[in-house]
Design a protein around this ligand. Structure first.
Ligand SMILES: CC(C)(COP(=O)(O)OP(=O)(O)OC[C@H]1O[C@@H](n2cnc3c(N)ncnc32)[C@H](O)[C@@H]1OP(=O)(O)O)[C@@H](O)C(=O)NCCC(=O)NCCS
Length: 165
């Protein structure tokens, strides 16, 4: 597949909502639809108002420019939110790929590009992932290391991971 990775722009907001729904659906209690993600304050905070100052993202597109996946970073703005691990200095990662395009290293390529673009801008990137999500392998290969464990929205364990830039 002919794939290119470009910077995310404000026009990508709707696509990011779709990608957020995929990422959240890994939770049994996660959003099942874009409408559900938009009406959930915690989840919605990953995308609402994209792009604001400090937001940084990449989008993988096919030869015709159709988006296949996205990886993006957002700093915490306002009071701390339960289950969010971003801080005002450390942005949190969200990532997803369309089901038909998974397993072809798009996730790994987007992370590499995101690290390149965010290096020198932030000291590190953080993320939280359910302990049962296979994406942990991808994060470990990309240099994320476990920092702590926290309870998640649906009563299970999530692993907080951090990657220095
Ligand atoms: C996680 C995800 C972005 C990876 O993208 P990708 O292009 O398939 O990734 P790559 O081909 O670069 O790497 C493959 C790795 O992805 C992960 N992966 C594969 N299928 C997955 C799935 N259905 N769900 C979650 N992670 C998966 C595994 O870590 C896999 O490595 P492994 O084969 O050694 O176990 C993609 O699978 C996805 O969108 N999953 C659903 C959303 C999600 O779970 N997001 C993360 C929430 S914290």
């Amino acid at each position: 597949m002919n794939v290119r990775i470009r910077d995310a722009t404000p026009a990508d907001e709707e696509f990011l909502w779709t990608m957020l729904t995929y990422a959240a659906s890994m939770d049994p209690g996660g959003a099942a639809s874009v409408a559900a993600a938009k009406s959930d304050d915690n989840l919605g905070s990953y995308v609402k108002g994209w792009m604001r100052a400090g937001d940084l993202g990449v989008v993988a597109v096919d030869g015709s420019g159709a988006p296949l996946g996205a990886a993006w970073l957002r700093l915490l703005e306002g009071p701390p939110m339960p289950f969010k691990v971003a801080t005002p200095e450390l942005p949190e990662l969200a990532i997803a790929v369309e089901p038909r395009a998974r397993g072809q290293k798009l996730g790994a390529s987007m992370l590499e590009e995101l690290f390149r673009r965010s290096s020198g801008r932030y000291p590190a990137i953080v993320l939280s992932v359910r302990a049962t999500n296979p994406s942990i392998h991808l994060y470990e290969r990309a240099g994320f290391v476990e920092a702590s464990r926290i309870p998640n929205r649906v009563g299970g364990d999530s692993i907080v991971m951090r990657r220095a830039l």
